[in-house]
Design a protein around this ligand. Sequence first.
Ligand code: PLP
Length: 501
Amino acid sequence: MKENLNQEILDLRIFENPINPIDLIKSITSSDLNVENDPFYIVDLEDICNKHINWITKLPRVEPHYAVKCNTDSIILKLLAFLGAGFDCASKNEIQTILDLGVAPHRIIFANPCKQASFIKYANKVGVNLMTFDNENELYKIKQHHPNAKCVLRIITDDKDAICRFSMKFGADMDSSLKLIELAYKLNLDLCGVSFHVGSGQMSPEAFSESIQNARKLFDYAREKFDIRMHLLDLGGGFPGSSDSNDLFDLISRQINKSLDQFFPAEEFENLNSLNDEECKLKIIAEPGRYYACSAFTLCVNIIAKRVMNQSEQQKSQDGHDLEQKFLQPNPHPSLTIQTANKTRCIESVSCIDQNKSIMYYINDGVYASFNCLFYDHSECFPILLKDNVDDAVFYKSSIWGPTCDGLDLVCKEIYVPELETNEFMVFKDMGAYTISGAVAFNGIPLPKSIYTVSTSWKTIEAAFSNNLEEMIPFANNTSCHASAGIKFPKSLNETSEACK
Ligand code: PLP
């Protein structure tokens, strides 16, 4: 990992003011620098810094542990390490990746309730002690391979309002939780807390409150029945991260703060636990993935081919669609809006739709690569067109397909757009969560590269964190992460990516 990172040449672009990724994409695609027309990501590092500042402002009692699985981009991992976040790792590889960045093992939670035994042994060897479990068998495995682990009981949640639900696979119900607490006691394991995950893309703030309340019941049970003083509450992931989700995040964070004050009042826990024992002070963490990664990544793809179909050809193609229906997600409904770089319009306001022909576009990224989120993250992805001048254009029913030879490689089943040409680019925003981390180069098609951007306010953020680190991030007590995170800050605006090789 380290070696690869050192070899990697970072394409970092620094701007005087925060830049709109679409403006940058326009200037890149209109220059002759991208001669191959390869797909690429614009990664806005400042967006991640701003998300972090937003988090610590709105959820001051909750220490974020970034869920590495969401997007394993090495630069954003370094950045988050630098900012003082902890990490939620799901496997040996993820733990190794984070330790290789110089992050201390105590900033990692091994948050996979059903782990391979050899991964538990590895965690023991490298000093990663915090790990989740939700069943008896896992407790016996932990006892055998990491007897000094700090065990966190993952409980089931009501995740019906989430985009991706997990409760059918993970989490102990309240009855089983009582039994697991007793077993942990009998095995003399260090049961240190409770965790949950309300489902990824959770739309209901109340889901968090209910689980926080259940966690409190289990804290009380463990204390009253076995004198076990649990001191870790892990709120999991499920926080929204798209560019239009600020309001929902605000609602969720207000609800969480209210529930924490009600069920885990700071003062009460100060008194309950021995003040001399730092280890036993109440600590509240969460495992946000999507929140940090989603809006920072904008994907630009190229139209590599196109097929124009008349009405009879359209019918034939529709029959093919119907055959594949069982494999596809619930019908991605046709986009009724058209987005261009500068405006979004309702399709009803477009006067000219020609139903006599439809167009299939083939782009150089698809469901085996970035758009695997259509399957695994239940996303719907609609493009933004780079051309602005579409007011008088004729619109056609269109579909967008990935570059592989597989018929399932369908990115967008039905949209209405003006006719586009081969070699034109289109853009998909909010593409940072559960996209590139699940991508493979199927059919030998290379994955998109990343271009990272920051602006001068980067300097402000740098100054803020280095001058007043403890105040800004109360839990980032290990300031050595500055050096170990390996991010080199540009000294001046003129300094190019050379600085970050
Ligand atoms: N924690 C665990 C255990 C998860 O399984 C996941 C997602 O799969 C996350 C955190 C991150 O969830 P989100 O991206 O919704 O924040």
